[in-house]
Structures are given as structure tokens and as C-alpha cells.
Design a protein around this ligand. Sequence first.
Ligand code: GDP
Length: 365
Amino acid sequence: MKLGIVGLPNVGKSTLFNAITKAGAEAANYPFCTIEPNVGVVTVPDQRIRVLSDLNKSKKTIYTTIEFCDIAGLVKGASKGEGLGNKFLGHIREVAAIVHVVRCFENENIVHVSGKIDPLSDIETINTELILSDMELLERRIAKTEKGSRYDKALAGELEILKKVYDFLSSGTSARAMELDEDEADFVRTLDLLSYKPIIYVANVSEEDAADGSENEYVTAVREFAAGEGAEAVVICAEIEQEISELDDDEKALFLEELNIDESGLDKLIKASYRLLNLISFLTTGSDETRAWTITNGTKAPQAAGKIHTDFEKGFIRAETINYDTLMAECDGSMTKAREKGLLRSEGKEYIVKDGDIITFLFNV
Ligand code: GDP
């Protein structure tokens, strides 16, 4: 599951992407896959992993990761095939969610493609291309559905939704802003519309604005626009992130303290991206290793076990678990204490794993 970084030229995409690749996860964690040049892999910050690893004196500490891919080159007219447009729209179709970078910094030396800083107009330029491409897709789908819908009730129902979405898009608004009931949403999801993909808007601000924490009018505009789509906005200074990405952890902490920033923008973006993809982490810990594992929210215990090894899923018996928060609040982080207090639960096949569950799986071999 990848997120695709999009934005107009000169908004700071490459700067952000460089920060992502430099802050990148150890390639050693990826022995089985080659990472393409336009893909950056970053670790998902998780304080809990560090704490558990220290408590259990784990030999290895492994964070979970998330992938971003750089989709450069989307310009006005892309949906009409301009500037290799179709290729870029195709790349967007492949990602699970979009990170839309918007320029909110002024700099006379860096040309803005439309001559002035205007985040809302920038957002509209890109969203319009996605909307136009979706409308084209819907036109074809409507024509196909119309043929069969006279004799088929289900198709007639689909046709109604297709037309409703088409009309909505005609007003120039992304499909994700539509109010849909659950059944409609389930169907619309299958259409794989670009403007229905989950999105985070990244307001790229100047070093000065990032440091003094004040929100400039551009950022406010982006935030309000995002809220209107039910989306999140994250403020970042790509330049600073690039500098930070070259530092080690201690230097990074010092640097952020000097700038009076509590968390790096990139860390905020990574966490927001993880939430956006509806991902959560369960944890395993012991003297060998402490590790975070990614699952989709709603995953049951056997499938979560399958993330570690397919044998764990096939032979699943039960999961012994306690949530990290309970372990810390009521047992001072001690598993022995948790066991004594009867707080270590035994969960079966139907158990839905929660974020922060520390799990030991029992399985048949
Ligand atoms: P892209 O075309 O969207 O990939 O944009 P780039 O990442 O190449 O950035 C365009 C220019 O803007 C470069 O000269 C960057 O150094 C500059 N830039 C990017 N982010 C920031 C930022 O946060 N603050 C400032 N002042 N300049 C930035």
C-alpha cells in the first residue's frame, strides 16, 4: 500500500521526497524486494516500540514502514493527455492514497507556474484533472450500464448512483466530498475513481513560518478546503525536513528543540498517512526482538498472525494479549505482573486486534 505524492511543479515535492528517501528505512529490512527509484520507504514513528525494546532488552528493534512514491509532472491538461498526462493519472490510480503538496511559501526566486502563490487555485488545477478523468471513466461506464439496466434491477440501481456521482463531479468537486450511504459508498469504491481516493493536503511553508508556528493565510485556506472534503491538512517545511533527514536521532531532537518544534513535519505526515490508510500496529516483544506489525483496522487474530508467518495463521490456536496502555498503566510494563494480575487475556479466532495490542500467538505446527 503506497501513497503517491502529487502537486504542481515547484511546490516542493522533490524536496519532500528527498527528505523521505534520506530518512528512509534500513534497506536491510527489505531483503526480498527491490525498491524502485521513485519509491521511498520510511519507518512509522512509534514511541511504544522503543520503550518495550528497552524494558525487554531486545537484541533487535524493528519499526513498521510505509511507502511513498513520487508522482511528478501532473500539469493542467493531464486528463487530455498533455505532458504525459495519462501516464501520471495511471500512476495515481495505482496508489492507495494521495499526498497533495501545496505551495504556501513565498520566494521570488522560485517561479510559481501560474505566477502567484494561490494554494486554492493550485489545488483546483490538480483536482480538476482528476475529476475530468473520473468523468470520462463514468461516461463509459454509464453508457455500458444503460444497455443492460432496462431488464436488470441491480444495474438500474447502479446506473442511478453512477449518474449521481457524475452530476456531483460536474460541479467541480471531488467525489470524496460526496455524502453517500453505506451501500452507495461500497459501490463507488469499486469504481476506483481518482477523486475518491483518500487524501492528505500538505501545506509547504517557509522556514520562518515553520519556526514561529504562526499559521499564514495560505495554510488557513488549505486547512479549510481539506475540512470541506473531510480530509486532513498537515503543515510542513520541506526544506527543514530535508535538513533534518541528514541528522541522527540525537541531533534531530536538538535541532527541533532549537526551532521550538515538538515533532518534525515528516513524522506528522507519516502518522497521518498511516491513519489515512486505516492501518494500525500490533506489537510483539521479547529478548530477541521488539517489533511493530501493520494490519488494517478490523483484522482478526488469525490473519494478524499470518502477517508474521503463514504457519501462524494456518495453525492458529489463540492469542495471548494485553494492550500496551494497560501494561504501562497497571503493570509498570512488566509482563510477569500482567500475568499475576490476570490482565493477560486469551483471545480466539474471532478477536479483532486493536492498535497497540502486545501479542504472543499460540499455534499448532
Ligand atoms: P517540485 O517541482 O514540486 O518537486 O519542487 P522542488 O522540491 O524542486 O522545489 C522547488 C524549489 O522550491 C526548490 O528550489 C526548493 O529548494 C524550494 N523549496 C521547496 N520547499 C521549500 C520550503 O519549504 N521553503 C522554501 N523557502 N523553499 C522551498
